[in-house]
Design a protein around this ligand. Structure first.
Ligand SMILES: *Cc1c(COP(=O)(O)O)cnc(C)c1O
Length: 389
């Protein structure tokens, strides 16, 4: 029997009961004003979460990966040059997708645990005097390593070089959980999905396009059909999709956006930060280190925790599942077996987070790690308790 323990994976995240119910709705005519009453609040709400006045929002029946493909195929042509940093599994997969689409990627290899190297970007962009580079990729929050990159610094690198390349940002595990400033950062395409900060099941790929990115669709040569944003825009104008929309999920998204606005976007970010700080204090009480190399890189939506040399971190995840029915994230790619991940985004509260920390402690003690029961929980409690604020 599945328990109702929360999950602590960095997506899909826990679903508020009201959102679950909103997804479960009777069939409606998806080419009618009834659907428009779901569609348009979703588009407007996502735009506000992105802190944008004018971004063109598109919602596909897809996931974040489909959002990457939407970004690339609508704006670029085969052979176009792209600049990207590889600092974790998600940035790696986006680079791989570029290559499979015939794009030429200049990859800046970056140690896992570090952020997007804006200074290297600046050097490369300055050297590209012919403006051959068409787009710069940045993964705002590397979910594999728990590293948040400074997108302002990437924008500054582009501006310092006077370079016209578009800026594409993967915000799949940050948007709706951490501050994201589409307009201020001069983002051209932002990508996210439904199953992380928006607390929904997987199934929606969500993107924001700038006017410049929309302009680029006119000359972009990569083939696209399902993910064509102009077909989508035509559909939206008639309260429809070019095909059948996932109405229930979008009804859930509408409610999710209302809940985020009711709590207040800044309060949502502050809650994520507070919960994350408690996790970080627990990690340090356990005597362990984060994969993220320095505090400015710490992610407020996921922590990747290094385990001692010679210990297989994946054991923590499998034992938590088999003995305590609780889900944590495994290490991916280069850090597989070296880290386990605690996802702390979405509908979590301080109290729920304490249950995750308490369970992680039991698992680590079971496995013989030198961790004292209650140590991390107490550190987080001291931080979360109201007397201290
Ligand atoms: C989850 C995630 C993705 C992939 O999204 P899917 O919805 O699984 O396709 C991409 N990038 C980041 C940073 C993610 O966290």
């Amino acid at each position: 029997m599945p328990s109702q323990n929360p999950v602590f994976i960095p997506g899909p995240t826990n679903m508020p009961e009201a959102i679950r119910q909103a997804c479960y709705m009777p069939t409606i005519d998806h080419r009618s004003p009834v659907f428009g009453k779901i569609l348009h609040p979703c588009l407007n709400g996502v735009r506000r979460v992105l802190k944008s006045e004018s971004a063109h929002i598109f919602i596909f029946p897809s996931t974040g990966t489909g959002g990457w493909e939407t970004a690339l195929t609508n704006t670029l042509s085969a052979g176009d040059k792209i600049l990207a940093a590889r600092n974790g599994m998600f940035s790696h997969r986006w680079i791989d997708m570029c290559q499979r689409h015939g794009l030429e990627v200049q990859v800046v290899e970056t140690p896992w645990g570090h952020g997007v190297p804006a200074d290297r970007y600046e050097e490369i962009l300055k050297a590209d005097t012919g403006h051959v580079i068409k787009a710069v990729l940045a993964t705002h929050n590397e979910t594999a390593t728990g590293v948040k990159s400074d997108i302002t610094a990437v924008r500054r690198a582009l501006d310092a070089a006077g370079h016209p390349a578009m800026l594409f940002v993967d915000g799949v595990s940050s948007i709706g959980s951490m501050d994201f400033r589409f307009d201020e950062w001069g983002v051209d395409v932002a990508v996210t999905g439904s199953q992380k900060g928006f607390m929904l099941p997987a199934g929606l790929g969500i993107v924001g396009f700038s006017d410049r990115a929309m302009e680029a669709t006119k000359t972009a040569g990569l083939p696209r059909t399902f993910f064509d944003v102009n077909d989508m825009a035509k559909g939206y104008a008639a309260n429809a999709f070019p095909y059948t929309p996932p109405v229930g999920l979008m009804n859930g998204l509408k409610l999710s956006l209302e809940m985020i606005e009711e709590e207040g976007l800044e309060n949502v970010f502050a809650r994520h930060h507070r919960i994350a700080e408690g996790v970080r204090l627990a990690v340090s009480a356990w005597g362990l280190d984060l994969c993220a190399a320095s505090p400015d890189l710490y992610s407020d939506s996921v922590s990747a925790i290094r385990t001692p040399e010679g210990f297989d971190a994946n054991q923590i995840v499998s034992r938590a599942a088999s003995e305590y029915d609780m889900a944590f994230g495994i290490g991916l790619g280069e850090v597989s077996g070296k880290v386990f991940r605690i996802g702390h985004l979405g509908m979590l509260s301080d109290a729920l987070m304490l249950s995750g920390l308490a369970t992680a402690e039991m698992v680590m003690v079971d496995l013989g790690l030198d961790v004292k029961l209650g140590s991390g929980v107490a550190a987080a409690q001291e931080y979360y308790r109201h007397g201290s604020r």
